[in-house]
Design a protein around this ligand. Structure first.
Ligand SMILES: [Zn+2]
Length: 299
C-alpha cells in the first residue's frame, strides 16, 4: 500500500506509467510511426512530422474519462488488492466518488478488462461441464431453472491439480452453444474431458481429443469433480462479495472477474495483479456507457 502510494502519488507518474506500458520502446505516432512528439499539455501529444494529436489514454478503456488516472489507478488497486474483490458501495466509499453509479460503471469497465477473449486459452487436459448460476430462489411450482443462467466451466488440469479456468455463459446446452464456448476457451488439440451429454458429441471433429469420463449426464447437475469444485467456489464468491445481488444480465462481467482472480490465486504479489489489469485496461477499446448498461456485448 505504501509502495503504491509513493509510486503513483501524482497524475504525471500515472501518465508516465501508462506511456511506458503502451510504448515500451518509446512513443510512436499512431498515424505515421514517427517517434518525435511534442507534449502540448497534460498527456496530450502532437506528432512533429504529421501533426497528429493523441493522448496516452486514447483508444484505451481510460479514454473519455473525466476523472484522473490517479483515481483510476486507485480503483484498480482497490479491486486487485482485496482477496475477494470489491463491490460498488465499497469502491464509492474508498475513493470518495460522488455517486454509486460511477463506482458501479468503473467496476464493470474494469471487469471487462480482466479477460480478453481468444487470449490465454487453456491447453493440455481440460475438464468441461456446465452448471446453473443465479436465481437461487426456485419459484413456488418448483421450476428450479427459472431465472438461472447456464455457465460452462472449463478447468485445465496439471498433474491432476486445477491450473487455470475459463467460464462462459451459454444460451443452452446444445452442441453449437457448448462448442462455441469450448473453442473460445480451449486450444485445439487439447484433451477435453466431459460427461456423456450429447452436446459434447462433436468435439473430436473440432480437433479435440474427447474423453468421456462419465457416461450418465444431466444438464446442470451432478457435474464432474474438478468443475464441481470451481462451481462451489464461484457460487460462494458471488454470494459473499455481492450478497447474491448479481443481475443475470451482467453475470458475464462477474465470471470474468472470478476467472481473473482464480487464475492468479497463487500469485503472491498483489502488485502483479495491478500491473496486469492496468495493462489489459490499456489494451482494450473504450467502452461506451450504453454498452455497459445494456449488459455484455459479445465480441
Ligand atoms: Zn505522425
Amino acid at each position: 500500500m505504501i509502495e503504491f502510494e509513493q509510486r503513483f502519488s501524482t497524475e504525471e507518474a500515472c501518465i508516465e506509467y501508462l506511456l511506458k506500458l503502451r510504448w515500451p520502446e518509446g512513443f510512436r505516432c499512431p498515424r505515421c510511426g514517427h517517434s518525435e512528439v511534442w507534449l502540448i499539455r497534460r498527456e496530450l501529444y502532437k506528432c512533429a512530422r504529421c501533426r497528429f494529436e493523441t493522448s496516452v489514454t486514447a483508444g484505451t478503456m481510460f479514454q473519455d474519462t473525466r476523472k484522473s488516472l490517479k483515481l483510476w489507478f486507485r480503483a484498480i488497486w482497490h479491486l486487485t488488492s482485496q482477496k475477494y474483490g470489491a463491490n460498488a458501495l465499497g469502491l464509492k466509499r474508498v475513493l470518495d466518488l460522488g455517486s454509486y453509479q460511477t463506482a458501479w460503471a468503473w467496476l464493470h469497465k474494469l471487469r471487462r478488462a480482466m479477460v480478453r477473449p481468444g487470449r490465454d486459452r487453456l491447453w493440455g487436459t481440460v475438464q468441461v461441464d456446465e452448471i446453473y448460476v443465479g436465481g437461487e430462489k426456485a419459484d413456488k411450482r418448483g421450476r428450479g431453472a427459472v431465472g438461472k443462467a447456464l455457465v460452462v466451466i472449463m478447468v485445465e488440469l496439471k498433474e491432476d491439480k486445477m491450473a487455470r479456468i475459463r467460464l462462459r455463459r451459454v444460451r443452452d446446452a446444445s452442441g453449437p452453444s457448448l462448442e462455441d464456448a469450448i473453442k473460445e476457451g480451449v486450444k485445439s488439440g487439447s484433451a477435453v474431458q466431459t460427461d456423456g451429454w450429447s452436446g459434447y458429441g462433436g468435439l473430436s471433429e473440432l480437433g479435440y481429443i474427447h474423453e468421456v469420463i462419465r457416461k450418465d449426464a444431466t444438464v446442470g447437475i451432478n457435474v464432474l469433480p474438478k468443475v464441481n469444485r470451481v462451481a462451489s467456489l464461484l457460487k460462494r464468491w458471488l454470494l459473499g462479495t455481492y450478497q447474491g445481488g448479481v443481475q443475470i444480465s451482467h453475470l458475464d462481467y462477474y465470471l470474468d472477474e472470478y476467472t481473473f482472480r482464480f487464475n492468479r490465486r497463487t500469485s503472491r504479489s498483489r502488485g502483479k495483479l495491478f500491473y496486469r489489469l492496468v495493462e489489459q485496461a490499456a489494451a482494450i477499446d473504450p467502452i461506451p456507457g450504453h454498452v455497459l448498461r445494456g449488459g455484455y456485448a459479445t465480441p
